[in-house]
Design a protein. Structure first.
Lengths: 373, 288
């Protein structure tokens, strides 16, 4: 084919492309940009970006917040605390609010990525249990580093049909008769922390290199018994439901969820070495351009008690909202809420609380050297 | 010819490559270069410190457990690729040779229908297929073949089955496009001259569609080396692949470690591609 037959020479094509691209930029491109959440927000109310977990909100709940305040929210789901930490560190002002667990909150704050705020100035804080209003780890003078959301300990649940002796120690999980009969989630830090508890570490999330070595040896003994480390805890509920596994380590309520799925009776055991646990909350990102609406957004979103109660029913872990507990009681869910220890938030502060490790590389190396091979 | 006109001639000759070059630099070389740099830096306190070191590579080379994982990954890749091609070849052969022209396209669409659903969803559907109370076990029990559910999940073979399911369309489409161009008269001529059907396929068809077979191997085997979801969801703790090791480092923001092991896989893939390249000329690959 000759240049003449093509209709356009290469030069003409490039020129046409450049003109077209400029046209797109000056017309459609700008219109598209105007359609992006951030710009649309500035033109019509405010749109905030919320880095959080899927179980922190319902879309309808955010719609109510928007209706009441004009604040739109663009939630982005978060994978893990460490990835939230790196995301906030690298994205600057792209996010306005970030959810995080327990001792990760003071780390993000200490490293200068979040601002503390006056919790009492947020109306929704009056709905919280007093324990949640006074989380010592989150105090920054008279201010607080995060607005509390929910919590859970990581417990041992067992099927009494097969597990005849209640596992009152983590070492009981090493028994060869449980070969491939245990499931937990794929959370390297938590698994090494549990191994740390089993081997006598007083601060399982802050193990020394020598303690991590001991934990690794324990994990080696445990691995043959672990059938699956799930991405989603629903996978473990199904495994317990059809009795593929007899023991599940998981957040509060595994027993109820297995039963609700049509599975067998599961019982809870608390190992004598103690439990690991987490609680989470929402932080104000330091470089956020919408810090002025943080309090209003949190207030209206977390004051929607019916959604907080619904969140507990759907996602199955206690919330820090006391008013929602009362609503649950009125709705006939007292027994269920009490099984989750919803009304005893002080329990979480008696557990070994999740947080960043000072030896994260050694922790992950140890985990991978056992479960990655 | 003056300097200006020489530059203009060069511009005319290579100017058209500029968009492709920009694209490659921005979306391939820069990210790849970053990963290379990361692999020679080190992680500290959830951040990558720009201090040059060979430590990440030294770590992987000295940990025999990763060598074992590497072999397991290769083994599963080879098994899944072999089975995928063994299934895709007769399918493509049948489709091209025996299915009427009007039906071929609808059948090809059926092959790619699974791509219309989420990758994750397709993976989770296998939990219901191979689970203790899943489709296969229920069928076996109802047919009286077994009296108790078999453990089909959480083994190497269950991962291989799922990998075959995931990559079958890639192999089938590649082989079909290759076989479809084949002149069937050659096969008939071979059989007229006394070759058995299998011998005719092996001596006449297979050599002529070799580029298609190699392309199918590349499309199936290489992505499998980086897979992490099938072993994570279907495989259980006894079947980790190298992708899972990378995923675990990534989860804990250990990007330097993750980059080093990702590059070790990449290096292996490059060696494979070079080997394939030697047995496949560009002319053959593009069907000229």
């Amino acid at each position: 084919m000759t240049e003449a037959q093509r209709g356009l020479t290469r030069k003409e094509l490039l020129a046409a492309g450049a003109v077209g691209a400029a046209g797109v930029y000056f017309t459609g491109g700008r219109a598209l940009a105007a359609g992006s959440p951030a710009v649309a927000g500035r033109m019509d109310g405010v749109t905030i970006a919320w880095l959080t977990w899927f179980d922190h909100f319902f879309p309808q709940q955010l719609a109510v917040t928007k209706k009441k305040t004009g604040i739109s929210c663009h939630p982005k789901l978060a994978p893990s605390d460490s990835e939230i930490y790196t995301t906030i560190r690298q994205t600057g002002s792209q996010f306005d609010i970030a959810a995080m667990d327990a001792l990760w909150v003071p780390k993000l704050h200490k490293d200068g990525y979040t601002d503390s705020f006056d919790l009492s100035s947020i109306g929704a804080s009056k709905q919280l249990y007093s324990d949640a209003r006074n989380i010592k780890y989150w105090k920054d003078g008279s201010n607080t580093m995060a607005f509390p959301n929910g919590w859970s300990t990581v417990n041992v649940y067992y099927n009494p049909k097969y597990v005849k002796t209640k596992p009152t120690s983590y070492d009981a999980l090493l028994d060869p008769k449980y070969k491939k009969k245990i499931a937990y989630e794929n959370q390297p830090e938590n698994i090494v922390a549990i191994a740390g508890l089993a081997t006598g570490a007083k601060q399982p999330f802050q193990q020394s290199v020598a303690q991590i070595k001991r934990s690794k040896e324990w994990m080696k003994k445990w691995k043959p018994n672990v059938l699956h480390l799930a991405d989603q805890n629903t996978e473990n509920i199904n495994l317990a439901k059809d009795e593929t596994v007899w023991i599940v380590l998981g957040n509060l309520g595994v027993d109820l969820r297995v039963k609700a799925a049509g599975g067998p009776l599961m019982k809870q055991a608390v190992p004598k070495e103690g439990l690991i646990g987490w609680f989470d909350g929402e932080q104000m990102v330091k470089k956020s351009k919408h810090k002025d609406v943080f309090a209003e957004f949190i207030d209206v979103t977390y004051s929607q008690t019916s959604y907080i109660a619904k969140n507990f029913i759907k996602n199955g872990r206690p919330m820090f909202n006391e008013k929602a507990y009362k609503l649950l009681v009125n709705q006939g869910y007292k027994h269920r809420a009490d099984l989750f220890h919803y009304n005893n938030p002080e329990l979480i502060f008696q557990s070994h609380i999740e947080g960043p490790s000072k030896n994260i590389q050694a922790v992950t190396d140890a985990f991978n050297e056992v479960f990655g091979g | 010819m003056g300097g200006g006109s020489r530059a203009a001639a060069h511009l005319g000759r290579f100017g058209g490559l500029v968009p492709a070059a920009v694209y490659f630099v921005l979306f391939f070389f820069v990210p790849f270069g970053l990963i290379v740099c990361f692999s020679f830096w080190h992680d500290f306190d959830y951040r990558v410190v720009h201090h040059w070191t060979l430590e990440n590579y030294r770590y992987f080379i000295h940990q025999h457990v990763y060598l074992h994982t590497m072999w397991a990954t290769l083994w599963m890749g080879i098994a899944a690729t072999g089975i995928t091609l063994a299934l895709a070849f007769p399918f493509a052969y049948w489709l091209s040779r025996y299915v009427p022209g009007g039906l071929q396209k609808p059948l090809l669409v059926l092959v790619i229908v699974p791509f219309w659903t989420s990758y994750l969803l397709r993976m989770y559907s296998w939990l219901n297929t191979l689970g203790r109370k899943g489709l296969v076990n229920t069928a076996l029990e109802k047919a009286g073949i077994t009296d108790h559910p078999l453990t089909l999940l959480y083994s190497r073979w269950s991962v291989v089955v799922v990998l075959v399911y995931l990559y079958f369309p890639f192999a089938a489409l590649t082989l079909y496009s290759s076989i479809d161009r084949f002149d069937w008269d050659q096969l008939r001529a071979a059989m007229d001259l006394g070759a058995s059907p299998l011998r005719a396929i092996g001596r006449i068809l297979v050599p002529q569609i070799r580029p298609g077979i190699i392309t199918a191997v590349i499309f199936v085997f290489i992505p499998i080396l980086g897979e992490y979801l099938p072993p994570q969801i279907i495989g259980g703790t006894s079947v980790p692949m190298l992708g899972n090791v990378i995923d675990n480092f990534q989860r804990e923001a250990l990007y330097a470690r993750a980059s080093a092991i990702a590059l070790l896989i990449a290096a292996f893939v490059i060696v494979l591609l070079v080997l394939f390249r030697k047995s496949l000329s560009a002319k053959e690959a593009y069907g000229a």
